[in-house]
Write a protein that binds this ligand. Sequence first.
Ligand code: HXC
Length: 518
Amino acid sequence: MSIQSENVEKLVERRAKARLGGGPKRIEAQHAKGKKTARERLELLLDPGSFEEYDMFVQHRCTNFGMEKSHPDGDGVVTGCGTIDGRPVYVFAQDFTVSGGSLSKTMSEKICKVQDMALRNGAPCIGLNDSGGARIQEGIDALAGYGEIFERNILSSGVVPQISCIMGPCAGGAVYSPALTDFTLMVKNSSYMFLTGPAVVKSVTGEEVSQEDLGGASVHASKSGVAHFAADTEEEAIATVKELLGYLPQNNREDAPFKESADPVGRVEDALNSIVPDNPNKAYDMYAVIGAIVDEGRFLEIHKEFARNIIVGFARMGGRSVGIVANQPAVLAGVLDINASRKAARFVRFCDAFNIPLVTLVDVPGFLPGTQQEYGAIITNGAKLLYAYGEATVPKVTVTLRKGYGGAHIVMSCKQLRGDINYAWPSAQIAVMGADGAVNVLYAKEMKEDPQNAGALFDQKKKEYEELFSNPYQAAQKGYIDDIIEPRNTRFRVIRALDQLEKKQQEIPAKKHDNLPL
Ligand code: HXC
């Protein structure tokens, strides 16, 4: 065999060994936990044959605690570039079979390399996390590695989409990289995220809690909002990443891909004309409205289980990717509270950063009152949503379906927050508050002074108030909404508005950066 052939053979062997990560036994152990290896996950994620791997031969440089005895090629993370639906993405997948996927300085350098390339080349960066955290043997070097990754997360924010898919442990400060990215997905029963694990929690607070109850996928998807998606399986998580990317542009200089749809733009949905119940206190399901107006009824919901009183997610309308924000009257009457405000604000800001028009469907009775909300800073949190809409320069089309009361009406993309086209259904009620509350405030004194006639006075004044405000005409007379539309034409009217706004240009005053109410 010639020297050249031997060299090639050696390369092939070395590659094959590197592909095995921590070796067959550890791969088996990974499978026994119901988890896939880093490479199996990338195979599912990327178009077949598209993966270009970098740094396969990188090795750690640690000499503490016996680390000098083993130098696995690749050092616990698989990194590179590939395509998803033909569009380039940069990826890193932590390999739990090598030192538990723990982060060494060299691993961080590998991850930083793909982060830098994603930013430079204007493509999304996707991380598949499965790691025991900072590599203990490396001390400060490993911590510094996290710092380098965080800084790149921050610099990439708003420039290229960043997605984190948590498929195993993610603990300690390591959780902050996913938290800095745009979307976090978790897999139920096999992934968790927390700053301190159950043992530390018990020793500090005495509280006994399982890993799953402390930081499992369901907890973060429904209670904390840290996770945007909780998937049943790794396959489902990866399929969701792909679906999500389909709605996003490659970077902040591009538009999201247009997808021709067989769904007619002019499709009329008669059912919408009667979807709003006569009784203003009765609920209806906002999902039915969304499903009726978007292309083929397809809607990718973000934060499905978190703050369910507001709905956010991506859909297409006339082939164009849009961000939908909608109050949900079927949950807490669609009221805005701290979590709903945070959830929607972050979504609105994402859409604005990545040129995705916003379609807002309003049916909101106001902000949730009470000490719990006030002590939790509903003022600051509600202001986040107000700020996000007011700042957004993407096309903003808003439809008020029923209630648009008080500050919540203003927050939900009103005209004064530079809403572009604001429609209302004939069932819209745009007022400072509902009729009962208003009459109780305005006529409290009269009703107290004459309790015998209080009921009659209440009824009469309520009727007057309803005639004045329980319809959209006063707002339309003053130009606060642009048109009153038949509900069944909503799809067509919103798409036409978006067409008209396609070339919209709007600026915000020059500044270093804003100071949104964090
Ligand atoms: C070095 C680690 C490691 C780590 C795991 N391993 N975590 N090596 N540094 N952080 C190694 C184990 O020694 C073991 O090696 C192999 O990975 C698999 O780990 P197991 O414990 O056998 O697996 P499992 O039982 O599934 O438990 C996984 C685990 C546990 C829950 C993640 O390993 C664990 O608790 N690790 C420590 C987690 C942690 O506290 N990390 C620091 C977080 S703080 P062998 O050779 O025996 O197979 C942090 C700070 C970040 O990360 C700060 C950013 C600013």
